[in-house]
Design a protein around this ligand. Structure first.
Ligand code: TYM
Length: 338
């Protein structure tokens, strides 16, 4: 007899740091895919406040930043009926499992992480927090604690996901099958995987940047968003064929084409065919970005007047997340001999 059991939905896990201004890259590379995944997956999303500790900060501001990020995620479309939303620090298993990951990863592996190298390039390794170095182990723990099948993230997290898989495979082959091996779910090229800074399209749009004129913050005033897009760096050539999708030769124009393509669900090459002037392209990008951001801002204003609601969502989320993560931690403790 055929089984009538429906297949289990994929388990989805992702996280975002509460520190710094959330921006269009976060929305297009990650958050909107989290919203989509709610309809098909069993989703766990966390504000990774422990990861935020790798840089110094004021306690009251930290607390507020976590609430702000959780409120923003709800405003962007996360539905507490369809996903589990929680703060990382409310689930002790993350930090506990991270230690097991630190005892699984090698020093050399962590030293090769490009994010660590980039983040210590300016300030130097000597003063960088050890937490910045071991950060990928905590991230692996975040993912493995939930038996996640898929992890929707932007391109910049690919290396961390590869390390997570390596650590899970190593642990499983040493101590027996314990962890599910996760897959990174990164947007296709041209669909928001790596949104670049508008003022310098050779670097990615980032929460912690010294070039804010090129970062479209999700809390920016609409007029500022429009201005930043209109001033986006393009190229000197303005002749026929100057609007084309070529990330190497025309990074600024290609970034704008990618923004429009991602927001309108189209292909960036196709979008390019419709434009001959940078000004027209920028005007349409600005409209598309505002169409996406303004409803989120409106909903954010409504929700930020209801902090008790947001706090309840996080409290319920932490309870559900704890149940899953504590069971995985126990499995890992048993396997390793604790
Ligand atoms: P974070 O907080 O820097 O960014 C959150 C998400 O936004 C994506 N992203 C981008 N996507 C496209 N273009 C950009 N310019 C851009 N900038 C950021 C990121 O790829 C990410 O998906 N280490 C993670 C947080 C984390 C995590 C996890 C993620 C901790 N534990 C477990 C997944 C699973 C980070 O710092 O993301």
């Amino acid at each position: 007899m055929l089984s009538s059991a429906t297949p289990k939905p994929p388990r989805v896990l992702s996280g975002i740091q509460p520190t710094g201004q959330p921006h269009l890259g976060n929305l297009l590379g990650a958050i909107r895919y989290w919203v989509e995944d709610q309809t098909v997956g069993d989703c766990y999303y966390c504000v990774v406040d422990l990861h935020g500790l790798t840089v110094p900060g004021d306690p009251a501001e930290r607390r507020q930043a976590s609430m702000t990020m959780a409120t923003l995620l709800l405003a962007a479309g996360l539905d507490p009926e369809s996903c589990t939303l929680f703060l990382q620090s409310h689930v002790p298993a993350h930090a506990q499992l991270a230690w097991l990951m630190e005892c699984t990863a090698s020093f050399g592996e962590l030293a090769r992480m490009t994010q660590f190298k980039d983040k210590t390039a300016k300030g130097g390794e000597q003063t960088a927090r050890v937490g910045l170095f071991t950060y990928p182990c905590l991230m692996a723990a975040d993912i493995l604690a939930y038996d996640a099948d898929r992890v929707p993230v932007g391109e910049d997290q690919r290396q961390h996901l590869e390390l997570t898989r390596d650590l899970a495979l190593r642990f499983n082959s040493t101590y027996g099958p314990t962890f599910v091996i996760p897959q990174a779910a990164i947007p296709r090229p041209g669909r928001g995987a790596r949104i670049m800074n508008l003022a310098d399209p050779t670097r990615k749009m980032s929460k912690t940047t010294d070039l804010p004129s090129g970062v479209v913050g999700l809390f920016d005033e609409p007029a500022d968003i429009e201005r930043k897009i209109k001033r986006a760096v393009t190229d000197a050539d303005t002749g026929p064929g100057s609007v084309r999708y070529d990330r190497e030769a025309k990074p600024g124009v290609s970034n704008l084409l990618e923004l429009l393509a991602t927001l309108r669900g189209e292909d960036p090459q196709r979008v390019a065919d419709r434009y001959s002037r940078y000004g027209d392209l920028k005007a349409d990008v600005a409209t598309a970005v505002l169409d996406a951001v303004e409803p989120i801002q409106r909903r954010y204003r409504e929700l930020s007047a209801q902090p008790d609601f947001v706090y309840d969502v996080l409290k319920t989320g932490a309870k559900q997340a704890n149940a899953v993560a504590a069971a995985t931690l126990q499995r890992a403790y048993d396997a390793i001999g604790l």
